[in-house]
Ligand binder design. Structure first.
Ligand SMILES: [Zn+2]
Length: 69
């Protein structure tokens, strides 16, 4: 059985929402003992300007909000 771990290493850029995979260029941000990955210096800058806006609070995430706005 060949288990597919595709997607397991993907992290979402909290700023622009792009998925960052392995082998891809990214920037690491350590914030509140969490590591966040962003895709560019611009996103890194945006994150650092307002980290609380982008940092996830575990458990405080809405289950699903795909409703049109
Ligand atoms: Zn980004």
């Amino acid at each position: 059985m060949k288990a597919s771990v595709e997607g397991a290493m993907l992290r979402r850029d909290p700023v622009c929402g792009v998925l960052i995979g392995t082998g891809q260029l990214y920037f690491r941000i350590a914030y509140r003992s969490e590591i966040y990955l962003v895709c560019s210096m611009e996103c890194q800058h945006a994150f650092l300007l307002d980290p609380d806006k982008y940092a996830r609070t575990p458990g405080a995430e809405p289950a699903r909000s795909e409703a049109a706005d």
